[in-house]
Ligand binder design. Structure first.
Ligand SMILES: Nc1ncnc2c1ncn2[C@@H]1O[C@H](COP(=O)(O)OP(=O)(O)OP(=O)(O)O)[C@@H](O)[C@H]1O
Ligand SMILES: [Mg+2]
Length: 315
């Protein structure tokens, strides 16, 4: 309103000055445009002031995370990644800190390249923690995690992550288009590669309903897509990354039985020549694996029964 009144006053004054022949027609227009431009410049300022508090708090939170000490230390010089991806746990014991109880105790496990294992156990027994140790999110307090018989500490964590494709119950999407969300897994992927991954993940039908297709914006943290669609986008990412070791942490949790079947079918084709380490509560997923282990409540790992019927008490 203030800007409109100001423009009106300027218009009246400059018309009077024009009548007095103190301003030319062009100068009248110039003065009015200057007043309008001046208001356009200051109009967003109150909104910016409102956002300032929120932005400062967000920056504070980011700084807190950035200033946290890392959970693992990278070597000064990282070795080249091995060609063979055999994984081993050598007498591994882990707790989150000295103030916490032990989560995993004396774990010995050998996962040769190409083998497919499932890890079961009750909630809170340490299954996700075990997966995180394999990817070196943390180092074990006792024992070591090995890749091709060498400690994971030999490699930079960024480098190690190129070996792992992760699918979990939380499909993290970013406020960007579906295309950009897929390209996170392989920024240089061609349109043909994207199409193959979309097909493999069963996303074709969903995309065909969207007027903007791959350019559709998924919203803040992917709020505009359903849980099942988000999981399929994550599956397509897994496909694009094409890492030799698949880490699946309850990959179908929260999905309906049709989508669950689709996801497991897609995974069974895709995982053909890869190592699979899967945590699951679902019987359906066990068709994907050859061996089952169980994390017991005390934190030890024991061979699970290969009879599905006898395992139902854990599923
Ligand atoms: N960052 C952390 N700091 C401290 N304790 C943690 C942390 N993450 C997990 N824990 C604890 O470690 C234990 C094992 O957690 P974990 O997530 O590995 O269990 P889980 O077997 O994957 O359970 P679920 O089946 O519910 O996913 C739990 O008691 C949990 O509370
Ligand atoms: Mg878990």
């Amino acid at each position: 309103l203030l800007s409109q009144v100001s423009v009106l006053i300027t218009l009246i004054l400059s018309t009077l000055l024009y009548a007095e022949q103190m301003l030319s027609g062009a100068e009248v227009a110039l003065v009015i445009f200057c007043v309008m431009a001046a208001f356009e410049l200051v109009t967003p300022l109150p909104l910016a002031m409102q956002m300032l508090g929120k932005t400062q708090k967000a920056a504070q939170r980011i700084r807190q995370v950035a200033d946290m000490p890392p959970t693992t230390l990278n070597p000064l010089e990282s070795a080249a990644l091995p060609k063979q991806y055999d994984i081993g746990l050598d007498n591994v014991s882990f707790r989150y800190s000295e103030q916490h109880d032990w989560i995993l105790k004396n774990i010995n496990l050998s996962i040769p390249q190409g083998s497919k294992i499932a890890i079961i156990g009750i909630s809170g027994s340490g299954k996700t923690t075990l997966l995180h140790l394999l990817m070196r999110y943390y180092d074990p307090e006792i024992g070591q995690v090995l890749l091709n018989r060498q400690s994971l500490k030999h490699w930079h964590t960024d480098q190690l992550m190129t070996c792992f494709g992760v699918l979990s119950q939380r499909s993290q999407l970013f406020a960007a288009s579906i295309r950009e969300n897929l390209l996170i897994a392989k920024p240089e992927a061609s349109d043909k590669e994207l199409t193959t991954a979309i097909k493999a993940a069963g996303l074709e039908k969903f995309l065909s309903y969207l007027p903007e297709g791959l350019e559709t914006w998924v919203g803040e943290s992917g709020v505009k897509v359903s849980g099942g669609e988000a999981r399929r986008i994550a599956l397509a990412r897994l496909y694009l990354k094409n890492a030799p070791i698949l880490i699946l942490d309850e990959p179908t949790e929260g999905l309906d039985s049709d989508t669950e079947r689709d996801v497991f079918n897609a995974l069974s084709v895709f995982a053909n020549n890869k190592t699979v380490i899967m945590v699951t509560h679902r019987e359906a997923g066990l068709g994907l694996v050859d061996v089952v282990y169980q994390v017991e409540q005390g934190g030890t790992l024991v061979p699970g029964s290969d009879s599905l019927a006898s395992m139902k008490s854990f599923l």
